[in-house]
Design a protein around this ligand. Sequence first.
Ligand SMILES: Nc1ncnc2c1ncn2[C@@H]1O[C@H](COP(=O)(O)OP(=O)(O)OP(=O)(O)O)[C@@H](O)[C@H]1O
Ligand SMILES: [Mg+2]
Length: 222
Amino acid sequence: MEHLCLKGISKTYLAPNGEVHALRQVDFQVAEGEFVAVMGRSGSGKSTLLNILGTLLKPTSGEYILRGQQVDQMTEDQILALRRKDIGFVFQRYRLLRAYSIWENICMPLALDQADVDAEYLEDLAERCGIPDKLDNYPDQLSGGEQQRVALIRAMAHKPAVVLADEPTGNLDYKTGMSIMSLMEDCRREFGQTIVMVTHDNECASYADRIVRLEDGRFVEE
Ligand SMILES: Nc1ncnc2c1ncn2[C@@H]1O[C@H](COP(=O)(O)OP(=O)(O)OP(=O)(O)O)[C@@H](O)[C@H]1O
Ligand SMILES: [Mg+2]
C-alpha cells in the first residue's frame, strides 16, 4: 500500500532576487515500510521535498496524500494532529530546544501528544546512539554530532509510522554514521516504519530499498 504520495507537487519560493523553483511538478510514491534515500546536489530541492512530506511546508501546487488522507485539504489543526502522531522528523539543523535538557528534548513529542514515556525504550536508543551519559546535559553542552543523534532519538520517540530524516549522519564519523543507519534499520524492522532519508553519502544510501535523485527540482533516472 502507498504510504506517501505526491502528485504534481511544485514549490516556488520568493527570494530577494526573484522566484526560486525548488520543486517542479514532482510525482513521488513511497510504499508502507519502504526505505527510500533521496540524493542530489546542494540546492536541488531535497529538504524542500522532505519538509513537504513532513507537512512542515505547504507546496505551491499539487496534491499530497499521506496514509490515505488528503493533506492539502485538511485544516491546520488536523495537520498538526497528524504530524504529531504519525511523523518523526530529523531536521538538517537539529533544532533542539536550548532551554531544555536532552531528556526533555527527547520526550517533547510525547509531552505534546500527552503520550506515555517509554523510558526503557528511550534509554535504549540513547545507549545505541552512544550518548547514554548525556541525557541530563543541555544542547549547548553537546558536540554537533551528539546533537544530531539527539534529534534522531527525538524523531523516533513516539514510534511514528513515518520517519523523515534530513542528512541524519551529516555530522558523524564513519563508524557512528553506520551505527545510526543500523539503528534506523532495526526500528523499521520492529515498527514497520516508512523512511525517507536525505543523504549525500553513498554508503548510507545503500541501506535504502531504493535511491531517488533530484536535480534542479525534478527527479532524474538513476
Ligand atoms: N525559504 C526559502 N526562501 C527562498 N529560497 C529557498 C528557501 N528555502 C530553500 N530555498 C531555495 O530552494 C532551493 C532548494 O533548497 P533545498 O533546501 O530544498 O535544497 P537541498 O537539496 O536540501 O540542499 P542542501 O543539500 O544544501 O541541503 C535552493 O535554491 C534554495 O536556495
Ligand atoms: Mg537540505
